[in-house]
Every structure is written in C-alpha cells, then in structure tokens.
Design a protein around this ligand. Structure first.
Ligand code: HEM
Length: 247
C-alpha cells in the first residue's frame, strides 16, 4: 500500500508525469480511465498485485530450486549446460540475443518443469454443461486437472518417465509436449508470466552455471511435498564451488 501511495502522490504533486512503465504503473494508470460499468479501483490494483506476487514468486523460486537439484545430481548435464553457456555467452552476461540460443538449458528447464511442476493442479468449474471427448460434464461441477499425474504418466512419456532426461524435449522430438506438458496450463487462462518466467530462469541458471559448479549436499533428503505447489520438504542444500578467481 505504501508503494502504491507514494506512486500516486508523485503524480498528484507533479513530481512525475506518469505512473511509470512498470507493472504497478500500468495498473495505476488504469485507475484513471473511465469505462462504462467498470472502474478499476485501488482495491482491485491491490488484488492484482497480490495475484502477481502469489502467482509469480514462489513458482519461479521452485523452478530454480528443482532445476539446481537436478543439475547438482546429474553432473554430465551440468557440464553440458555450462559448455553451452560458455559457447553462447562467452564472458558476457546473458543478453536477450543469447537466450534463444541456450537450447540445452531450455530442454533442462522443461524437463525440470515436467518432473517437478511448481503448480501441480489446475482447478476448473463448468459454468455450463459441456462435452469433453466422451465425458459429459454438467454445469456446476468442479474439476481438478492433475498436472503432476499427467507429467508422470508412463503411458504418455514412456518407461523412463520418472528419470531426468532433457533429451525428450530436443527439437520437435517431444510429440506429447504440446498436449500433455502443462506447467503453465493451457488455453485462454494460461500463465501470463510464462515467457517472463522462462527468461528469468534461463538468465539466473546461465549466470550460476558460469560462476559455480554445484554438487548436492550429503544432508539432502529427497522429499517433494505437494501442497498446492510442489516444495522440497527439507530444502535443497548444495555446495557451490567458484569456477573463477574473483578479483
Ligand atoms: C515457473 C514459474 C511459473 C509457473 C510454473 C506458473 C504457472 C502458472 C499456472 C499453471 C497458471 C494457471 C493457473 C490456472 O489456470 O488455474 C498460472 C497463471 C498465472 N500466472 Fe503463472 N506461473 C509461473 C510464473 C509466473 C510469473 C513470473 C508471473 C508474473 C510475473 C505469473 C503470473 C500469473 C498470473 C497473473 C496468472 C493468472 C492468469 C489468469 O488467470 O488469466 N506467473 N501460472
């Protein structure tokens, strides 16, 4: 509330000429627009902020946590990803031009999202009678789409379903990726932050890989718990070893 108020005050006393181009600025400028039958109140702005925080913070942190665990326990993939980062970025920080070229890293992130989707269930309610394939779903029925179960279905992904195999996302080889890979949901209400989350994960992992090698701690206990999101019950302790001497 304090941040919102200081942004509004800045405009009102003429210190700034707009609310700015950030997400909060864009939401606040909506409160100034007059529309028929709908006004964007400050309460709605606060609700949107909470949604973005809830939807974007823990999910992204969990993606990074599980991916670091997978890289720490699969040293050959860690090496391959590091070599790709070195080849694409050299000594530079990852830039927007580099990101699409980090294809191995993309495969690794996708495989991490398949094995450990941060959002494990998608709740839906039928607002009208619908027919879904052979299923008749009456109005009012509440459904849960079990993302975690779909991502771990041997009939879809094959015998190595529980193994870490980023190769399944290579090129166009993953025929199921479009239908059965749902870490960001699908359709008109899918994740609005998907592209941002993938970009953020790639940048952070590329920077981590180029600065440190990491191994899993002996204290690590593999205990994913599924409470709305998929969390490691005892955390993911890793050892980081710097790769270059810092000056
Ligand atoms: C790895 C990171 C992320 C994952 C796995 C993820 C996953 C999801 C999923 C599965 C949904 C759909 C929920 C449903 O339909 O029931 C969703 C919706 C949403 N996500 Fe994300 N998300 C991530 C990151 C982000 C980020 C970084 C932001 C914001 C910057 C964000 C903002 C949102 C919002 C606002 C919605 C609601 C969209 C709507 O209802 O129209 N998410 N996310």
């Amino acid at each position: 509330m304090e941040i919102i108020q200081s942004s509004k005050d800045g405009m009102e006393i003429g210190r700034s000429s707009s609310y700015g181009r950030g997400l909060l600025g864009m939401l606040l400028s909506e409160t100034q627009k007059k529309r028929e039958g709908f006004s964007y109140s400050l309460d709605l702005v606060m609700d949107e902020c909470k949604t973005f925080f809830f939807a974007g913070h823990e999910t992204s942190a969990l993606l990074l946590t599980w991916t670091v665990m997978l890289l720490a326990t699969n040293p050959s993939w860690q090496e391959r990803a590091r070599a790709e980062v070195a080849q694409v970025c050299g000594d530079d920080l990852p830039s927007p031009e580099h990101l699409p070229k980090l294809t191995l890293l993309n495969m690794i992130i996708n495989e991490s999202l398949r094995l450990y989707p941060p959002a494990t269930l998608l709740p839906r309610i039928a607002f009208e009678d619908i027919k879904l394939g052979e299923l008749h779903i009456p109005k009012g029925v509440s459904m849960w789409i079990p993302v975690l179960a779909i991502h771990h279905d041997e009939a879809i992904w094959g015998k190595d379903v529980h193994e870490f195999n980023p190769e399944r996302f290579a090129g166009r080889s993953c025929v199921h990726a479009r239908q059965h890979f749902l870490p960001f949901a699908s359709g008109p209400r899918n994740c609005v932050g998907q592209a941002y989350a993938m970009m953020e994960a790639k940048i952070i992992l590329a920077m981590l890989l180029s600065s440190f090698s990491f191994t899993i701690s002996k204290n690590y206990r593999h205990a994913p718990v599924n409470v709305l999101t998929l969390k490691p019950k005892y955390g993911v302790p890793v050892y980081l070893r710097p790769l270059k001497h810092q000056t």
